[in-house]
Design a protein around this ligand. Structure first.
Ligand code: SF4
Length: 97
């Protein structure tokens, strides 16, 4: 707490939503506001006044496009888990053996 106008607690600054069977988390400390996620899914994400992504209506976006939007983040600030708790974003496109 520093009297500025920040979000929640110290340390991490996460926003998390359940979207259908998916769980989506924005790591606001990693987000640098490029807006790639917003380009893919403007219904789901928006930049707040500090230039950091927050949720709007992620459930208004079809699953495939939501995943694409999350995967578009260049700094992997968005993580998605599926219904079984498996992390599916980031992942698919750059597989580390
Ligand atoms: S794509 Fe990533 S870095 Fe860019 S606004 Fe979205 S969450 Fe932030």
């Amino acid at each position: 707490m520093s009297g500025g106008g920040g979000g929640g607690g110290g340390g991490g600054d996460f926003e998390e939503r359940s979207v259908g069977a998916l769980r989506v988390r924005i790591d606001r400390t990693l987000c640098v506001g490029f807006g790639d996620c917003i380009t893919e899914a403007p219904e789901a994400f928006v930049l707040d006044e500090s230039g950091t992504a927050v949720f709007v209506k992620p459930d208004a976006v079809e699953r495939e496009r939501l995943l694409r939007a999350c995967d578009a983040c260049p700094v992997d600030a968005i993580t998605v888990w599926n219904e079984t708790g498996t992390q599916i974003v980031p992942g698919a496109c750059e597989q580390v053996p």
